[in-house]
Design a protein around this ligand. Structure first.
Ligand SMILES: NC(=O)c1ccc[n+]([C@@H]2O[C@H](COP(=O)([O-])OP(=O)(O)OC[C@H]3O[C@@H](n4cnc5c(N)ncnc54)[C@H](O)[C@@H]3O)[C@@H](O)[C@H]2O)c1
Length: 258
């Protein structure tokens, strides 16, 4: 159930996370925005409040255990419960051939994209288990399934997040806690434009060529909008999706079909 829920969305300060916060608020949830960037969260907070819902912005580094702990404590102090967790915070990591990647780059990608969801779930699951209800949505990527040139650390984290999702779903189903992943395709916006620029530089092609090539991977010849991801996240938290768990759902305009 989304209405009257308390939702925590990591990386909610901008991009897909901001769209998810706004959509959950439209569906009646109060929203906690947990992001590294204190300034960016203010705009999301305004968007949630504009929907008539309560919003709390908490500066959080999902890769740091103490930061995650203090965020969860703060949410419980303010709202007393957590019904929905969306693990959305993620970083692109390096774009380089595998043998040129530094250990620090590899570790940073793992720390945010995999350790972050682990820390968030580890802190919030006891609260959900006590209540006998929870909805967890992990934002993976089609790159966890379909290779993307020179992005080994990112791909490893996003496929890893699918394994994490399935195994956790198995563990917590008996508590009415559902765990699903969404695998977005290329979502239009500043982040993907940066990725296109990096790909263009790495392969010596123009930005327009890289973008057109990506669009052509969709049978619809288009990118995905961030609101498409938000509506599937809201659906997975709704009563209609009560018997959907352990799934990884592509929202990719058909770019990936498995
Ligand atoms: N944009 C795409 O095309 C696309 C495609 C597939 C999957 N994804 C995934 O969707 C998610 C959101 O992507 P986006 O494009 O909106 O990204 P974005 O870079 O626009 O936003 C990410 C947000 O996460 C926050 N963040 C980063 N590290 C953090 C940390 N350690 N702790 C807390 N917050 C942190 C950032 O401050 C930012 O607000 C990511 O997991 C990404 O891998 C995106």
């Amino acid at each position: 159930m989304v209405s009257d829920s308390i939702a925590v969305v990591t990386g909610g300060g901008r991009g897909i996370g901001q769209a998810i916060c706004t959509r959950l608020a439209q569906d009646g949830a109060d929203v906690v925005i947990a992001d590294l960037d204190a300034d960016e969260m203010q705009e999301t907070k305004r968007l949630v409040e504009a929907e008539g819902q309560r919003a709390l912005a908490v500066e959080t580094d999902v890769s740091e255990q103490e930061s995650v702990r203090s965020t969860v404590d703060r949410v419980l102090d303010e709202f007393g419960q957590i019904d929905i967790l969306v693990n959305n915070a993620g970083i692109a990591g390096p774009t380089s051939p595998c043998e040129e990647i530094e250990q620090t780059e590899w570790d940073a990608t793992m720390d945010v994209n995999l350790r972050g969801p682990f820390f968030m779930c580890r802190e919030i699951l006891p609260v959900m288990k006590d209540r006998g209800f929870g909805r967890i949505v992990n934002i993976s990527s089609v790159t966890g399934k379909k290779p993307l040139l020179n992005r080994t650390p990112y791909a490893a984290t996003k496929m890893g997040l699918i394994g994490f999702t399935r195994t956790l779903a198995l563990e917590v189903g008996e508590y009415d806690i559902n765990v699903n992943a969404i695998c977005p395709g290329s979502v239009d916006g500043p982040r993907i434009r940066g990725v296109f620029e990096q790909q263009a530089e790495a392969t010596g092609r123009s930005y327009d060529d890289v973008r057109a090539e990506t669009e052509a991977q969709s049978p619809r010849n288009e990118l995905v909008q961030r609101e498409d991801i938000a509506s599937v996240a809201a659906y997975l938290c709704s009563e209609e999706a009560a018997r959907i768990t352990g799934q990884d759902i592509n929202v990719s305009a058909g770019k990936v079909m498995y």
